[in-house]
Unconditional design. Structure first.
Length: 373
């Protein structure tokens, strides 16, 4: 017997957050999130995204044991301002039972119809700044801190239920050479001189904070034509500052300004925290923090998280400056491999950036969509 019940209290929310720890207990590729962070993200009293979104959480029970979970999300900016009549779903995890998947998705359809929406799409988060997509390639790779891992049967369930792929993201591994490529260094110098650009260097996290708002403004400008785009609001920016910037070392941020001091491009990379988070197993205490700190200080693998370039400077070679700076950083830190963040498959301009670094596509993920009219 399958029963789907709404999460109504903190105890059930904790069960919602920790269900994947049971499901993936024996999976060596699944990287657990921090339980405390997940609880706060899903808490409407703590996450400011709920100023423009609603979410309802459900747990599926089979024979009285938890067998799946799903979050049903309505982003009102997306529905009202962008006129996308979409009900989102995310935080989707399930045992290999098509009937459980079907029962969970029925809750998505129910809520979507109640709000006169036209289709369901997921898995996604509250906005385009969060995790998205069912893994469809790369099942024998650790997921990064900003992606979900899934078993192969997830995608098969969606196909069996006649969902169609909507957005698809690809991820690459890049090989970092032992020294800067001559053409990158040469082109970087030309671009700096031609457009009177310079690199902003940071000595500590406090120096970064005045630039964070400008970084998110560049993100909005960089990605506003992509299909998944929802503008990041100021209260979300303030939240992300507090939540994520504790992980970022100043050395791993590259910011570029013009001769007036205006920020025109930036990139954020981080040492890979995948192995550290796996050892932490959802908790910073008592020793999870040690693994995180160790990963920050010594790591052969890095993850590329964000890049933003003012549209006025796109296609003008600014990325050569970014890559030159990153090359020096990686070589000084002993980093030999970098993973890119998920990039929409149609975003060929970003994928071209990696061509000089022996890119190997090692993961792919997609959201799935179905009409509910």
């Amino acid at each position: 017997m399958i029963e789907v019940l709404q999460v109504t209290n903190q105890k059930e929310l904790k069960q919602f957050v920790t269900f994947p720890f049971q499901l993936y207990r024996d999976c060596k590729y699944w990287v657990p999130p921090l339980i405390k962070d997940e609880m706060e993200t899903l808490d409407s009293s703590k996450n400011p995204v709920f100023q423009n979104a609603d979410a309802t959480y459900f747990l599926a029970y089979k024979d009285k044991k938890i067998a799946g979970r799903i979050a049903v999300i309505i982003n009102h900016l997306e529905v009202n301002d962008q006129q996308k009549k979409k009900v989102r779903f995310g935080w989707f995890d399930v045992i290999d039972d098509l009937n459980v998947t079907k029962a969970l998705l029925e809750k998505v359809f129910e809520i979507g119809r109640q709000h006169q929406l036209e289709y369901a799409e997921g898995p996604v988060g509250f906005s385009n700044m969060e995790k998205a997509g069912i893994l469809t390639q790369g099942f024998e790779e650790l997921n990064t801190m900003i992606t979900w891992y899934h078993y192969p049967y997830y995608a098969e369930h969606f196909k069996a239920l006649e969902f169609e792929k909507q957005a698809t993201w690809v991820e690459y591994k890049l090989t970092i050479p032992d020294s800067i490529k001559e053409k990158v260094a040469k082109f970087s110098k030309i671009v700096r001189q031609r457009y009177e650009l310079s690199v902003i260097r940071f000595n500590n996290k406090k120096e970064i904070l005045p630039y964070v708002d400008s970084m998110f403004d560049l993100l909005n400008k960089t990605y506003n034509t992509l299909q998944t785009f929802v503008p990041v609001q100021q209260y979300q920016i303030d939240y992300y500052k507090e939540k994520y910037f504790s992980f970022i070392h100043p050395d791993y941020i590259t910011c570029i300004k013009d001769n007036s001091g205006k920020l025109i491009a930036f990139s954020v990379v981080m040492p890979s925290f995948s192995k550290a988070l796996k050892k932490a197993n959802g908790r910073l205490f008592p020793i999870g923090w040690y693994h995180i700190l160790k990963a920050q200080k010594k790591n052969e693998l890095a993850a590329f998280y964000l890049i933003g370039i003012d549209p006025e400077y796109q296609g003008k070679g600014v990325t050569a400056i970014i890559f030159e700076e990153m090359q020096y950083l990686f070589n000084s830190k002993g980093i030999h491999t970098v993973e890119t963040n998920p990039e929409l498959i149609e975003n060929t301009a970003v994928q071209l950036l990696w061509k000089d670094y022996d890119p190997v596509q090692h993961k792919e993920r997609s959201t799935f969509r179905k009409s509910i009219v």
